[in-house]
Design a protein around this ligand. Structure first.
Ligand code: HEC
Ligand code: HEC
Length: 377
């Protein structure tokens, strides 16, 4: 058994006695929590082979108690005004933590303008979050869906009141953060816990790609091997797919913001959604969006920031066409549909090879990991 698996099993074991309410866990009437033990246990996540180490933020190191609290909050509909939705409503595990909708809908049934994002390997996502990079940290991010009118449409004051008067949460906050009275429950602590849980959502290291590429275990099929060479521009006898410039290993994203040619724009001012450009205020960033990880793409359809492509076939046809013109379309988005240029031409057989390779990114251990699942079920 890998160390990583051992850690996860260990965590899921600890997660079992949820809300086990011993008498000494119940706060006294004046909200005093000091009778409850505060002895957080640090979590040292095992990183899959080939993945970089990551530094836990100094002011929010992971603890077993913090991760558990965050997992409960993430899945608890108490987060929304009418108690019908939680983070998991738009980020469910079977979808590798997306919602499989083109555009997400909040509690009022109104669609937002963007597609939900897969929550995987976010501990490494240190170059901004959201399709347009408008927040820096997971803590900062988690503040927003609670009050977003198109999402949980709640307000933090009401939510904090509910958490303070809840039967179980005050003692959970005590165990995770050492508060001495339930009045010390704050939104800052709630989002710290959610961020801790999100940082545990790391690839299992068991995808075929991880096994063959990072662990030297076994081989790709001949089709997937050709696809590998196309994806990484490795073989002069096969066309260069150029994918790795942006979807580089091991995360299959370089966490940058790029224009991959989705929309025609005559000038930099003509994009319908400026994305990253609205955040930086720099015109050449208009029409750029965060490069998503390709781990588990099979479970995250539809694709792109607005869910415009329903199938991977449409995605590949988009790249093969070379995308649409705009002044800042990335140099690595080039035509692959010109049969007279063998260096770039991706024919149907190459396309099938590429698809066979993309399937090696499937990480079913991740979407079945019990430590990430709904703790209330
Ligand atoms: C109504 C659906 C909805 C709900 C509820 C929701 N999200 Fe999201 N989430 C989205 C959408 C849509 C995006 C992309 C938005 C954008 O880029 O403008 C997103 C993006 C994110 C990202 C950024 C990921 C990345 O790679 O940059 C994180 C992290 C995240 N959500 C966590 C949460 C957490 C934590 C909660 C609960 C507190 C939550 N979400 C609730 C729909 C939702
Ligand atoms: C110039 C950088 C770049 C290159 C090269 C590139 N991509 Fe992308 N890719 C992106 C960006 C940026 C997005 C998201 C764009 C958006 O939604 O606006 C994306 C999205 C995707 C998605 C959708 C993922 C999702 O969750 O929605 C897939 C699948 C994908 N790319 C596969 C590929 C393949 C296969 C190749 C090579 C043929 C490739 N990409 C080449 C930057 C790139």
């Amino acid at each position: 058994m890998s160390n990583k698996l051992a850690t996860i099993l260990f965590l899921s074991f600890l997660f079992l006695p949820l809300f086990s309410c011993k008498d000494d866990d119940i706060p006294s009437d004046n909200g005093d929590l000091t009778s409850i033990d505060y002895a957080p246990v640090g979590v040292d996540l095992e990183i899959p082979p080939g993945y970089p180490l990551f530094e836990q933020p100094e002011d929010n190191k992971l603890s077993v108690e913090g991760v558990l609290l965050g997992r409960q909050l993430f899945y608890d509909p108490i987060l929304s005004a009418d108690e019908t939705m939680s983070c998991a409503s738009c980020h469910f595990q079977e979808g590798s933590f997306t919602d499989n909708k083109a555009l997400s809908k909040g509690i009022d049934g109104i669609e937002g303008k963007r597609s939900s994002m897969s929550l995987i390997n976010l501990a490494y996502s240190l170059n901004g979050l959201f399709w347009d990079g408008r927040v820096r940290t997971l803590e900062e991010q988690a503040l927003l869906p609670i009050e977003d009118p198109l999402e949980l449409h709640n307000n933090w004051e009401d939510l904090i009141l509910k958490l303070k008067s809840h039967d179980e949460y005050p003692s959970q906050f005590r165990k995770a953060f050492g508060i001495t009275n339930k009045d010390q429950i704050t939104r800052e602590l709630a989002v710290k816990a959610i961020a801790q849980f999100e940082r545990t959502l790391i690839s299992s290291g068991n995808s075929e790609f991880d096994k063959v590429f990072h662990r030297n275990e076994g081989f790709f099929s001949p089709e997937a091997d050709r696809g590998f060479n196309i994806f990484f521009d490795k073989n002069p006898d096969l066309p260069d797919g150029e994918c790795f410039h942006c979807h580089n290993e091991p995360l299959l994203t370089d966490n940058t913001y790029r224009n991959n040619g989705l929309d025609y724009a005559e000038t930099l001012e003509d994009f319908e959604d400026n994305g990253f450009g609205d955040v930086t205020g720099i015109a050449t960033d208009n029409g750029k969006f965060k490069v998503p990880s390709l781990v588990n793409w099979e479970f995250t359809a539809p694709y792109m920031h607005d869910g415009r492509f329903e199938t991977i076939d449409e995605v590949l046809d988009h790249y093969i066409s070379g995308g649409k013109y705009s002044p800042n379309k990335d140099v690595n988005i080039v035509r692959h549909d010109d049969p007279s240029d063998p260096r770039t031409f991706i024919n149907d057989a190459h396309k099938a090879d590429l698809l066979a390779f993309l399937k090696t990114f499937r990480d079913t251990s991740f979407i079945n990991n019990e430590a990430f699942s709904n703790p209330f079920e």
